[in-house]
Write a protein that binds this ligand. Structure first.
Ligand SMILES: Cc1ncc(COP(=O)(O)O)c(C=O)c1O
Length: 387
């Protein structure tokens, strides 16, 4: 069976060039980047090259890049590194759990937290943010792009509000890297998290951009790695992979250092997929379809259908997508993002996310349209609700 992968927002295939870059750092060059001898200096050089590649992708200084184990650590480091009991944190109802659950934990530790709502377009209203500001607001954390709907938040407007109010601003850009040109200066953020595996790099490595002068407390205590901001021997091979992936992402998505962009082709493919499904399938639509979105993501609802059944039917036919429910303790809970947008639970459960990787093809898109149309038709025929 020819399998089609349309779940790039979950993770992406390692790019061959990234693999080639990593290979020697797993086999031949094994030095600890903190060692002063030849082997250590070799690893240090590789880590610093990667730091430059990540800085070029994000438009920040090399000294502002802190390597992490991925998006979750970057988000946690940002939130726990800045917020203290008695502070106020503003975030949104549609953040990834890496932010949402960290914010809930901070709440238990005495940080007041405001979760901004979103409209049916999955966007926050900057006026709501202005109204939520308090004298003790220490940090604003709003994601650049949402992992489920792909919507792009007005991060530059948020950056201006934060700067004017003299409040720190963190953005989770895990779903933006490789899909949008990111420029930390333009966004005006103090902290920005990315993960390598969402942009054809290895899993388990990422970076947090920490702008100069941001008083971040570390999460880990140990050696003085990463300028005292992240103790622990560096994951040299992973960091080399992140660096190479960042270089490729900058070339594909554009970056302050690299203005070209291959994103137009990707959004044309996404639009073709969306149009094809909407034309072939009745009673379906796009969640947040009118909002600005990253070019690879579409989130579709299918009425009178069990979304999990469609997810399984497509997987059996070789098409991997993502469901609108998160299976928590055996119960399929509808997505917190879709319910925050005001979708009824049934529609949220009957929504699927299709997220294309940069190597998606027209043939794959056409096959996916056929598979979705056929599977929805078959399931609705046997569903009593649609009889
Ligand atoms: C928006 C967003 N933030 C954070 C994360 C967590 O990243 P990681 O899996 O690298 O820990 C993800 C992963 O899906 C994500 O989509």
């Amino acid at each position: 069976m020819n399998r089609i992968y349309m779940d790039a927002n979950a993770t992406t295939r390692l790019d061959q060039a990234v693999f080639e870059a990593i290979r020697p750092w797993l086999l031949d060059n094994f030095g600890n980047a903190s060692s002063a001898h030849h082997h250590g200096r070799q690893s240090r050089g590789a880590v610093e090259t990667a730091r430059g590649q990540v800085a070029a992708l994000l438009g920040c200084g090399r000294d502002e890049v802190v390597f992490t184990s991925g998006g979750t650590e970057g988000d946690n480091l940002a939130l726990f590194g800045l917020a203290r009991p008695g502070d106020h944190l503003i975030t949104t109802a549609i953040e990834h759990h890496a932010v949402l659950h960290a914010a809930e934990r901070l709440q238990k530790l005495g940080v007041a937290v405001t979760f901004l709502p979103v409209g049916s377009d999955c966007l926050i209203d900057p006026d709501d943010l202005l109204r939520a500001l308090r004298p003790n607001t220490r940090l604003i954390s709003v994601m650049t792009a949402n992992n489920e709907t792909g919507t792009i938040q007005p991060v530059e407007a948020i950056g201006r509000i934060a700067a004017e109010a003299d409040i720190y601003f963190h953005t989770d850009a895990v779903q933006a890297a490789g899909k949008l040109a990111i420029d930390a200066n333009r966004i005006g953020c103090d902290l920005l998290a990315i993960a390598a595996h969402k942009m054809h790099g290895p899993q388990g490595v990422g970076a947090l951009c920490v702008r100069r002068g941001t008083p971040l407390e570390p999460l880990f205590f140990g050696g003085g790695h990463e300028r005292q901001r992240r103790a622990g021997t560096e994951n040299v091979a992973g960091i080399v992979g992140l660096g190479k992936a960042a270089e490729l992402a900058a070339a594909f998505a554009g970056a302050p250092s690299h203005p070209s962009s291959g994103l137009r082709g990707l959004s044309a493919l996404r639009d073709r997929l969306e149009r094809g499904i909407l034309e072939r399938v009745e009673d379906c639509g796009v969640n947040a379809g009118a909002a600005p979105r990253v070019p690879n993501t579409t989130n579709l609802w299918f009425d009178q259908l069990d979304g999990e059944a469609l997810f399984i039917a497509l997987d059996l036919k070789g098409l991997a997508v993502s469901g609108g429910s998160a299976c928590a303790s055996g119960a399929a809970e509808p997505s917190h993002v879709l319910t925050a947008m005001g979708l009824p639970k049934d529609r949220a459960r009957a929504s699927l996310r299709f997220s294309l990787a940069k190597d998606a093809t027209v043939d794959e898109v056409e096959t996916a349209i056929e598979l979705v149309a056929a599977s929805v038709g078959r399931l609705r025929k046997i569903s009593p609700a649609f009889a």
